[in-house]
Design a protein around this ligand. Structure first.
Ligand SMILES: [Zn+2]
Length: 117
């Protein structure tokens, strides 16, 4: 397993956690600059020396990341970093089977990663 290729992308989105701080209550609506980092396990390179093309991944992320949206309008789950990471993992894995991990940073100090490992 010689390479892990990483691609990061930021997006702006608002959210609030449901059932937080306690069941039946919602966190106030607020926004973040979210950061998504995708990790791809690469065993072979093409003739150009590329395992996963950053440009292709970035284009795909531009299509699927919910930029300037309220995550609660899109998802039917409480949009925590953990849940968003699990959701994005599923979507990105379908397009890029080499994906092994998605990390979602909600702030510079708080994030969650989702992988099958
Ligand atoms: Zn938040």
């Amino acid at each position: 397993m010689p390479w892990i290729v990483r691609v990061r992308k930021k997006f702006q989105a608002a959210h609030y956690l449901t059932d937080y701080p306690k069941e039946g209550e919602n966190e106030p609506l607020h926004g973040h600059t979210w950061m998504v980092e995708c990790h791809f396990r690469v065993k072979e390179l093409n003739k150009a020396g590329i395992g996963v093309d950053f440009v292709e991944v970035e284009r795909f992320l531009d299509e699927i990341l919910p930029d300037y949206r309220c995550l609660n309008d899109i998802f039917n789950f409480s949009p925590s970093a953990e849940n968003v990471a699990r959701y994005l993992y599923g979507v990105i894995k379908e397009r890029f089977p080499q994906l092994v991990k998605v990390v979602v940073w909600e702030t510079e100090s708080g994030g969650a990663e989702y992988s099958e490992e």
